[in-house]
Design a protein around this ligand. Structure first.
Ligand code: FES
Length: 164
């Protein structure tokens, strides 16, 4: 965590309480999550009680207090996806990655989260991995989809070895 980075973000805003959500959004965007130290710094520098900053950071789904994986997976559990078996897809992902929804794999490659409608209900059930959208996904397709990202990592490791 870089305290100067947080100070730069804070400097872009008026330090009144109305800016707090925008500030937390900017930190989340810059760091990928809201580290504890960043929340403490915001509370201190904006003179807002820590409990208030924490309650905002935990209230909104868009904020995460944990670092997310290199490939953030979002499983849509909105109505259209739910009725087409999204819950089963989520459970399959949990088994394949050996994590629960809301968690990140130990190697920090994947994180798994639920969302409620990503706006392409015609493709239900939908899973997003980073910016990639997988429509009409099923339990059976999950291993193949994950393999693509796992192979990407193996290739990166191989390339790194080749170049050293
Ligand atoms: S409910 Fe899943 S995309 Fe709309």
């Amino acid at each position: 965590m870089n305290p100067e980075k947080i100070s730069q973000i804070l400097a872009n805003y008026e330090t009144d309480q109305s800016s707090i959500i925008s500030i937390l959004q900017d930190i989340q965007e810059a760091l990928g999550y809201l580290p504890k130290e960043a929340i403490l710094q915001v509370s201190r520098e904006m003179n807002i009680p820590l409990s208030r900053v924490l309650s905002l950071a935990t209230f909104f789904n868009a904020f995460s207090l944990e670092p997310k994986g290199k490939h953030p997976i979002h499983v849509c559990l909105g109505t259209a996806c739910h009725v087409r078996g999204a819950q089963l897809v989520l459970e399959k992902l949990e088994r394949e990655l050996n994590i629960k929804s809301g968690e990140t794999t130990e190697d920090k490659e994947f994180s798994l989260d639920e969302v409620h409608c990503v706006g392409c209900c015609g493709l239900a059930p939908v899973v997003m991995i980073g910016e990639d959208v997988y429509g009409k996904i099923s339990q059976a397709k999950v291993p193949g989809v994950l393999k693509k990202y796992k192979e990407g990592r193996r290739k990166e490791e191989k390339d790194a070895k080749t170049h050293t």
